[in-house]
Structure formats: structure tokens, C-alpha cells
Design a protein around this ligand. Structure first.
Ligand code: APR
Length: 232
């Protein structure tokens, strides 16, 4: 089976009721990113950072995967699908996708502040001051903040280099190094971009499916099936 690599961003979860970041009404209009999602913020106002992620976790627990996430699972019938996501939600997992790499961490997990290898599931929505790892240090959200390294980027680049088909869904491609992953796709392979809005990219070979994720992924499936001559 061919390798189909999908880079997803906040837009794929928009139809599940999760806010994106940079659109009108997006999270970064409501909050100053450096005050809630940076090491400086954690040093400065731990309570605010904790509250910001607790609220988002609460919303995530009420959300369900949408047609976009579910369509990507359907593609596993025809392709070896690898999802590389910038999202910290678990909607790809809950939809049933098998191979998921989280670039920016996971909202439902916490991590030790003295040993980054100690990672825990958060039960329920709340992480609190005083919640500690087994070595006795405060737990923080398991999120890659602005100004921090992206530990999964090398593995993501390896996955992208092996793509036979590359798909981008619901990301403004503003945040690096994630946005640069598209450049690891081998030259000449089909590249699709699903987004209801224009997205700036240097790649001129892209097939742009100007749709929301739900309908866009269905169109992609139709297009790929047609090309492969499949009748299912
Ligand atoms: N379906 C598909 N795409 C959509 C939909 C939808 N229903 N609604 C909006 N979009 C698109 C927007 O047009 C935009 O291009 O999703 C994109 C969202 O872009 P951003 O808000 O910038 O989100 P993302 O690219 O995932 O952000 C990257 O920035 O702050 C961070 O760490 C955070 O992982 C995040 C990173």
C-alpha cells in the first residue's frame, strides 16, 4: 500500500466545536499567546496557564470527532496512513486512526517539571497546583509551548520523506517547524490542501480543495478512489 501522510491543524477539529487559533474569534484573539503558552507564562502566572488548559480540556471532553477525522480513518482501507498533527486534542485517536504523531503535545496528559520522561494521563478536566509527579515536582500541561523545542519533529520529517501522497488539512502553516514539513515531501508526489480559506504556501503543485474538513476529506477520498479505479 502507498504511504499517505496527513499534516493536520486546528481546522480539522473546528467542526467538532474546538476553536482555531488565528481566525477571527480564534483563541489568539482572546488570549495573548505569550501569557498562556510559553515558559515565561508558566514562570509568571502558573494559575492562569493551568486555567487556560483546564478550560480547553473541559471543552475537549464535550467534543466528538467529526466527518473530517472519520474520513481519514476510512482512507486506511486504501493507504498506509500516517497522521502528523499539530493538534493537542485526541479526536484523531477517538475517530480510530492508527498512526498519529503529536507535534505539539497532548491536552489530556501532564508532564513532570523536573523529568520530561514522566508523562501521565490526566483523569477528568483539571490539572491543579499541587499535583505532583512521582519525584515530587509540580506537573505541567504536556504541551509544546512557544519558544520550546519540538521533540517529535525529526520523526515527523522521516514520515514525510516517505510519503507517496501528502495531504494538509486545516492549518494556516504559520508555525514552524511544523509548517516546514511540507518541504520534506518528495518532489513530484501529489499534494492536496483542504481548507475553506486561502493558505499561503510556496508549493505551486498543490491541489487545493477549498472546503471545510468534513466535506473536503470526502472529496479527497472520491478523488483518490477515482484515480486508483477502486469501486468500493
Ligand atoms: N475545516 C478545515 N479547515 C478549517 C476549518 C474547517 N472547518 N475552519 C477553519 N479552518 C482553517 C483556517 O482557514 C486556517 O487556515 O484552519 C486553519 C487554522 O489555522 P490556525 O488557527 O493558525 O491553526 P494551526 O495552523 O493548527 O496552528 C498551528 O499554532 O498556536 C499554535 O500550537 C498551536 O498547533 C497550533 C499552531
Amino acid at each position: 500500500m502507498k504511504n499517505l501522510v496527513v499534516l493536520t491543524g486546528a481546522g480539522i477539529s473546528a467542526e467538532s466545536g474546538i476553536k482555531t487559533f488565528r481566525e477571527m474569534g480564534g483563541l489568539w484573539e482572546e488570549y495573548d499567546v505569550m501569557e498562556v503558552a510559553s515558559p515565561h507564562a508558566w514562570e509568571n502566572n502558573q494559575e492562569l496557564v493551568m486555567r487556560f488548559y483546564n478550560e480547553r480540556r473541559k471543552k475537549l471532553l464535550e467534543a466528538s470527532p467529526n466527518e473530517g477525522h472519520i474520513g481519514l480513518v476510512e482512507l486506511e482501507k486504501y493507504f498506509n496512513v500516517h497522521i502528523v498533527t499539530q493538534n493537542v486534542d485526541d479526536l484523531h485517536e477517538r475517530a480510530g486512526s492508527k498512526n498519529i504523531l503529536h507535534l505539539h503535545g497532548e491536552l489530556k496528559k501532564s508532564r513532570s517539571t523536573i523529568d520530561p520522561n514522566l508523562i501521565y494521563e490526566i483523569s477528568g478536566w483539571e490539572l491543579k497546583t499541587g499535583d505532583k509527579c512521582e519525584k515530587g515536582s509540580q506537573l505541567r500541561p504536556h504541551i509544546v509551548w512557544f519558544g520550546e523545542a519540538v521533540p517529535a519533529i525529526a520523526e515527523a520529517a522521516d514520515i514525510c520523506e516517505k510519503a507517496d501522497i501528502f495531504v494538509v488539512v486545516g492549518t494556516s502553516l504559520n508555525v514552524y517547524p511544523a509548517a516546514g514539513l511540507i518541504d520534506y515531501a518528495p518532489n513530484g508526489i501529489p499534494v492536496f490542501l483542504i481548507d475553506p480559506n486561502d493558505v499561503g504556501t510556496k508549493n505551486t503543485e498543490i491541489t487545493f480543495i477549498k472546503e471545510k474538513a468534513g466535506t473536503g476529506v470526502q472529496k479527497l477520498i472520491g478523488f483518490l478512489k477515482e484515480k486508483s479505479g477502486s469501486n468500493d
